[in-house]
Design a protein around this ligand. Structure first.
Ligand code: NAP
Length: 312
């Protein structure tokens, strides 16, 4: 095969893409994984993963991503790092063409979309102005800037509470601002946060604005939904963990196969109905469980289906 062609192209090197790469490469087909950032996906920005089997006591997200990357490469998957696939088309012969931001063109016989999801933004006042100056979407990247300071975490899901707990290793106080009284996060994580004296819950409250002194964040303005009272929490950092949005752009023009939230409606084998040779796996699909284990499982399933497709 020429340099710019492969049997299976996998777009995204998170747990789904890396597991797909491992299974595809072990099927002895030419496998290339395209990744626009570092490998590992969202787990690289996750401080600690406690629910991936084979790691009693847990494993750091970055170590897990590194191990998955090495294992896929060990069996021959190639990784095109810091390369963004900008368009994906399917020719009348069934082959796919991928264009990249470096101007390269690749041909692939099958494609697995494993582009994952990106953190959602709140789009409130001060967010854009103070991004990188106190507003963050990554505790593992930025916690160190907030030693002995006060920070606010916005959200009530697993990411918000797990990262809030991680932030207590650095910050003196971590406010968890959540719009309801009940959390979406797993019960064990909620219990740990509730028992941590450095965590203060600010419940039934919505964030209104991130305020600052023009150079850095100085507070988070919130409104209580219980009594409409407004207050400004004096904080140096604001971490937004209010969910994620699927990266589904490459599907446009190939299939109309997304649900109302934009998640790809692949079937149980990872196939995207109506587009032979195109598969999807991981957090950009409408799977009910958004976890590393299910992302890896769906990547393996999609690769196994893609291998069968190539054989046929
Ligand atoms: P998530 O579960 O969707 O939670 C998002 C949180 O943000 C919710 O509590 C939501 O409030 C709140 N929120 C959303 N929009 C908001 C807004 N405009 N203003 C204020 N609050 C807002 O997202 P996530 O925590 O990022 O997790 C994504 C997926 O990954 C989930 O399926 C999660 O279980 C999974 N995950 C798993 C682990 C793990 O197993 N260790 C770790 C991290 C993530 P409401 O609750 O009121 O909707």
């Amino acid at each position: 095969m020429s340099k710019n062609s492969c049997d299976i192209a996998i777009i995204g090197a998170g747990p789904a893409g890396l597991a797909a790469g491992l299974y595809a490469a072990r099927g002895l087909v030419d496998t290339v994984i395209f990744e626009r950032q570092a490998t590992g996906g969202q787990i690289v920005t996750t401080s600690w993963v406690e629910n991936y089997p084979a790691f009693p006591g847990g494993v750091s997200g970055s170590d897990l991503g590194e191990l998955m990357t090495r294992q896929a490469q060990e069996y021959g998957a190639r990784i095109e790092l810091f390369v963004t696939v900008t368009s994906l088309t399917r020719g009348s012969d069934g082959a796919f063409t991928l264009q990249t931001d470096s101007g390269d063109s690749w041909q692939a016989r099958a494609v697995i979309l494993a582009c994952g999801a990106v953190p959602r933004k709140l789009d409130i006042d001060g967010e854009a102005q103070y991004t990188g100056r106190g507003v963050s979407w990554c505790a593992t990247c930025d916690a160190n800037f907030f030693r002995d300071k006060r920070v606010a975490v916005i959200g009530g899901g697993n990411t918000a509470l797990e990262e809030a707990l991680y932030l207590t290793k650095f910050a003196s106080t971590v406010y968890v601002v959540h719009r309801r009284e009940e959390f979406r996060a797993a019960a064990i994580v909620v219990k740990r946060a509730a028992e941590n004296p450095q965590v203060e819950f600010v419940l039934s409250s919505i964030p209104l604005a991130i305020v600052g002194d023009d150079s850095k964040v100085t507070g988070l303005r919130v409104r209580s939904l219980a009594d409409e009272r407004e207050q400004t929490l004096a904080v140096d950092g604001v971490f937004e963990f209010v969910g994620v949005e699927p990266v589904n752009e490459l599907l446009a023009g190939l299939a109309d196969a997304t649900d109302a939230q934009g998640y790809i409606t692949a079937d149980a084998c990872g196939s995207i109905p109506g587009v032979p040779g195109l598969f999807a796996a991981g957090d950009l699909t409408c799977s009910s469980l958004k976890q590393v284990i299910s992302a890896a499982g769906s990547g393996a399933t999609a690769a196994a289906t893609a291998l069968k497709y190539l054989e046929s």
